[in-house]
Ligand binder design. Structure first.
Ligand code: FE
Length: 167
């Protein structure tokens, strides 16, 4: 996902690469227990989600670039997991990466997502899943503009946006 080049930031890139290496090596579900897990059957997920949400969240699908409803959303508010309702991201960390997918520098809390090495499609990437329902959200890349140098590249279909009060 996303080919936009950011200005060279070698120290931050190196830190981000180190962090990505560390998180990719962890076993699944390395976060211990703070998040209550949601386990549903495949039939329950199909009943609960739209076909597009099911494809992204439960089959690790990727929506087409610039096709998602939330890519260009600039409103203040919170982004919740479309599978289980867990608060995942805030508009405070959303930025326009130019990639065509909603992009954030960080989740609202490190514990709300799990990160897993993904070797599919001949690429080495770090997959991001909801820590509560294990739904696929997108990937994290080491080319973000924030202090941690990360870009959380998410699928709109995996997120529900709720505007802040007054919007
Ligand atoms: Fe979830």
């Amino acid at each position: 996902l996303g080919s936009r080049r950011c200005p060279p930031r070698r120290a931050a890139d190196a830190r981000a690469a180190t962090r990505l290496k560390a998180i990719a090596g962890r076993p699944p579900n390395h976060h211990i227990g703070r998040m209550e897990k949601l386990h549903l059957t495949d039939a329950e997920w199909r009943a609960r989600l739209s076909p597009e949400q099911y494809h992204v969240l439960r089959q690790a699908g990727t929506e087409r670039a610039f096709a998602g409803a939330l890519n260009a959303n600039k409103a203040d508010g919170k982004y919740y997991c479309a599978g289980c309702g867990t608060e995942l991201f805030s508009s405070d960390e959303k930025y326009d990466s130019g990639s065509g997918w909603p992009s954030f520098t960080a989740p609202v809390d490190a514990d709300v997502v799990d990160e897993h090495e993904d070797m599919s499609y001949g690429m080495r990437r770090v997959e991001v899943r909801c820590a509560t329902c294990d739904g696929h959200l997108g990937h994290v890349f080491p080319d973000g503009p924030g202090v941690n140098g990360l870009r959380y590249c998410m699928n709109s279909a995996a997120l529900d946006f709720k505007p802040a009060d007054g919007d």
